[in-house]
Ligand binder design. Sequence first.
Ligand code: DO4
Ligand code: MG
Length: 302
Amino acid sequence: MLNLWSWRDAQGGSHVGVSDGPLLDQVLDLSAVESGLHSVNGLWQVHGGGEALSTFLRDALGSTRERVALRPETLSLPVDLTECWAAGVTYQMSRDARVEETQGGEDFYRKVYEAERPELFFKSPGSRVVGPYGEVGLRQDSTWQIPEPELTLIVDPDGHLFGYTAGNDMSCRDIEGENPLYLPQAKIYHHSAAVGPCIALADTLDAADLEISLQIQRRERIVFAGSVNTRMMRRTPDELIRYLRRAWPMTGWTALMTGTAVVPPADFTLEPGDTIDIAISGIGHLVTQARRITSDWASVPQ
Ligand code: DO4
Ligand code: MG
């Protein structure tokens, strides 16, 4: 497995590194291998993706160069994103949860689960996507909010699948449930998308068999835990990217969330301060904290 990490040093300089598996304490800083390699984008421009990149990274890891242990709070977004998209109702569990929360629009969800065309929606501009250990937003006008843990595709500027990361598609079940036409307000708001902690290169991870788990901690207590395997997904990464690209030429790096199947019970809602830990095998933990959105909160995440 090959995992790419992005982080900042104490002076604010950016770095990109690689590890063999999601091992935060055994990262090879790629600027020690080739001067000028400071970002995933720079790496991709020089070495491309797929087999050519994997060969370069495996050779680099084969050397005896020093490995660094990264401090979690120094991690940045795994790649500078132009935007984030999401797919919906890609697991039966999500279809059932939507049918449960909806007041009158149930058939739309049943149909989209079966249909050839997947549900795809815009989620966030890249500048509002939250990285590891950042804060995700809670709307003031919703009383039923949940995180959605999702395998997330990282698509390169040429539109090819580059790798996988973990994603959080924050959602307001009451707003969407009232009327499916409110989907943009239920899904798109300040810091409603988070991704990280690293990118597992696409040709080094079998995305069809990954364990996705979600744990939510409130003060000292675990208030929800659940998991699912990507074997249960009805769509494939290639299919989702193909549909997105039908009418959306890429202009930069894109994250595409692939849908959730871990849904907390109907009486659960997030509270400010809750810690959300999303783990995916081969990728690691995306940890964020929930914070209420106020009008003065406009900081752009690192
Ligand atoms: O149809 C609403 C969105 C569903 C969703 O986000 C999911 O299934 O993950
Ligand atoms: Mg979702």
